[in-house]
Structures are given as structure tokens and as C-alpha cells.
Design a protein around this ligand. Structure first.
Ligand SMILES: [Zn+2]
Length: 279
């Protein structure tokens, strides 16, 4: 944060002045939240708030699943990240997923950015999705997802879809991962078999280099921190704090049951009904 503010000042570009001022104010002025996606403090608050909301909404009784989806259109050339349209990306993939996922399935997560470098070669950005759901999908739905999110070696996409079962004790850490406040560099390399490696492609996550961090921060500064949310069947309640995230179910006319607590309940009902009608 400190480093980034200094670097923005050095950039000495009037276009960035307001971003710089907002970040300083957000850091120094108690009670003021700039609410920018480029602000690490606001991202951390949004992440904590999201995690609270999710772990209250899907309490211990729910079996949760974590998804990572790496779409081909999330590949962005290193110096083009400023031209990337986060809102259009979110809309596109919500629509795409809604066509495949079962009706009534609720997902809560976010759009994540990582910097990819393979064997110290060219750098690129990989914009991707992390989300949680309490709805177990059928094999045919998983197949349909795989068709829509294919591998692409040229874009370093080897595992475009990852679905994992989460222990109820890990809901908090997983929800924090689903709406991250920090971004990583992924260096890919082939683990050398002569040095005890597997000979397979592998990778590790590290913090972003300073120049990439600044580039991304500038690109994200034009968005609100909540613009990174990726939701289906849930929506954020409006609050005075731009970084506060309280989720509630959509498509429910009864306000007393659309509150956050147990927002997975309706999904269960839907799947029971569905099973019944198939008999
Ligand atoms: Zn802020």
C-alpha cells in the first residue's frame, strides 16, 4: 500500500492524482472509505465482510463446493490490462453459467487477477473466477461446463475448471479465497526430472512485482470494490459503506425469508422438487 502510493505520486500524471488522493484519505482519515477496487484497504474490508456474509449464509449444515474457472477470454496481454472491461467480463460469464447451471443454484464469489509468467518468458494477465455454492451439480452439468470452458495451451490454461468439496470448518478460509484482497504472480515451469522434479508442468504463487502491482492498481482504480463480486441468485444489499458486503437472495418476494441467514435453503427445496418430478 505504502509503496503503491509513493509510486503513484512518482507517476506524476494528473489523471492519477485523484486516485492517489483517495488512497491517502482512505488510509489516514478515520471513517472514510474510498471504496475503490484499486485500494487494498477497501479490498481487505470487502473480503472480510464477504467472508462473514458467506459463512453466516451457508452455515455448518451446508456442504459447500468451491469452483475455479479460467476462461479463455480472461487472457489479457500484460500492457493491455487497463483496457480490460471487468463489468462486461462479469456479465458475460454470469450469462454463460446461468445457461448451464441448474435453476435456483446460488453462487457467491469474485473475479480474480493473476500475472502469469512461464519459464521467465512473456508476462500476461489471467482474469478468472472463484466462487462457492452449496449446490452439487450432476455429472452432465460438469461436462457441459467443461465444454464451455475448454483448455487452451497457447493461453496457459491447462485446468480451466476446478470443483472441490469444502469441509464446513474451512468455509471462512475458502470464502476469503473466493473474493481475494491480494493478487498473485504465477510462475510456471517444468519440474526438472534430473533434479528430482516430476517432469510435469508446475507453478507457484508469489506476490506481484512492483511494476505489475502498480499497473493493475491503476487499471482497477476505475471500479468500485464491489464490482469484483461474482454472484448468481444472490445480490448485495445497499449499505452506506461502499466496501461492506451483505448478501441476500434474489427472486424472493417475502422479505423475511430473503435475509442472509440460510440463503442456501431455497436451493435445497428446488433440488428436492426436481428429483420428485423426475420420478
Ligand atoms: Zn479505500
Amino acid at each position: 500500500m505504502e509503496l503503491s502510493i509513493k509510486r503513484l505520486r512518482w507517476a506524476n500524471n494528473p489523471e492519477y492524482q485523484h486516485i492517489h488522493d483517495a488512497l491517502i484519505r482512505c488510509r489516514d482519515e478515520e471513517g472514510y472509505n474510498c471504496g475503490s477496487l484499486g485500494c487494498r484497504l477497501c479490498r481487505e474490508r470487502a473480503q472480510a465482510s464477504f467472508s462473514n456474509s458467506v459463512s453466516r449464509g451457508w452455515h455448518k449444515k451446508h456442504q459447500l463446493y468451491s469452483y475455479t474457472i479460467i476462461p479463455v477470454d480472461g487472457w489479457v496481454a500484460y500492457d493491455q490490462i487497463d483496457a480490460f472491461d471487468l463489468l462486461a467480463f462479469g456479465r458475460r460469464h454470469r450469462e454463460k453459467l446461468k445457461r448451464v447451471l441448474p435453476n435456483g443454484m446460488r453462487i457467491a464469489g469474485g473475479v480474480d487477477f493473476s500475472l502469469n509468467i512461464f519459464e521467465n518468458g512473456e508476462r500476461s494477465w489471467q482474469v478468472h473466477l472463484h466462487f462457492l455454492t452449496d449446490h452439487q451439480i450432476e455429472k452432465k452439468t460438469e461436462k457441459a461446463l467443461k465444454l464451455r470452458y475448454p483448455k487452451d495451451d497457447t493461453k496457459e490454461i491447462f485446468r480451466p475448471l476446478r470443483i472441490e468439496t469444502i469441509a464446513s470448518s474451512d468455509v471462512r478460509s475458502n470464502s476469503k479465497y473466493s473474493l481475494k484482497s491480494y493478487f498473485l504472480k504465477r510462475s510456471g515451469f517444468i519440474a526438472d526430472p534430473e533434479k528430482g522434479g516430476s517432469g510435469d508442468r508446475t507453478g507457484k504463487g508469489q506476490g506481484l512485482p512492483a511494476d505489475a502491482d502498480e499497473l493493475l492498481q491503476l487499471a482497477l482504480s476505475k471500479y468500485r470494490v464491489t464490482d469484483a463480486l461474482f454472484l448468481i441468485g444472490l445480490k448485495r444489499k445497499r449499505t452506506s459503506d461502499p466496501a461492506e458486503i451483505k448478501l441476500h437472495r434474489t427472486g424472493n418476494a417475502n422479505p423475511s425469508t430473503s435475509k442472509l441467514r440460510g440463503y442456501g435453503a431455497r436451493t435445497k427445496v428446488c433440488s428436492r422438487r426436481k428429483r420428485k418430478s423426475r420420478r
